[in-house]
Design a protein around this ligand. Structure first.
Ligand SMILES: [Cu+2]
Length: 131
């Protein structure tokens, strides 16, 4: 009886451990999937696509450090202030066209850098985290 009880206890611990391991592995997967949506590599350059219209989307992007990067700003009938874009760490400031693509060159970033883009009033923002 005692042995069965111990065996049962061990089985519960193992099962719990397996659930924790599986659960722990799930999170990075979702992050990669999320990042893959608007990050692509084209001719050795990393392209991060951000849509500006009533704010920026996606709000947070995970990208790779150490790669020359282009931020592709997409506007689609954007007449709000998210078209007035500022990227402070690049000294970048531009009024995006109401519709079109605007490319911003970003030199390779160090791991851990978070690059932030803002509307000129600082009301909307987006972040690109370089891992
Ligand atoms: Cu604004």
């Amino acid at each position: 009886m005692k042995i069965i009880a111990i065996g049962f206890f061990v089985a519960i611990i193992l099962l719990g451990g397996a659930i924790i391991i599986i659960g722990g592995k799930d999170e990075p997967k979702t992050e990669i999937a999320q990042a893959a949506g608007n990050v692509s590599i084209v001719d050795g350059k990393q392209v991060v696509s951000i849509t500006a219209r009533g704010g920026y989307s996606p709000r947070v992007t995970t990208a790779k450090s150490g790669l020359p990067t282009i931020i592709k700003m997409d506007t689609i009938g954007t007449y709000d202030c998210s078209s007035a874009l500022v990227v402070p760490s690049l000294g970048y400031r531009k009024n995006l066209p109401p519709s079109g693509e605007t490319l911003i060159d970003v030199p390779p970033q160090k791991p851990g850098t978070v690059l932030q883009g803002l509307c000129s009033m600082g009301m909307y923002n987006f972040k690109i985290r370089f891992n």
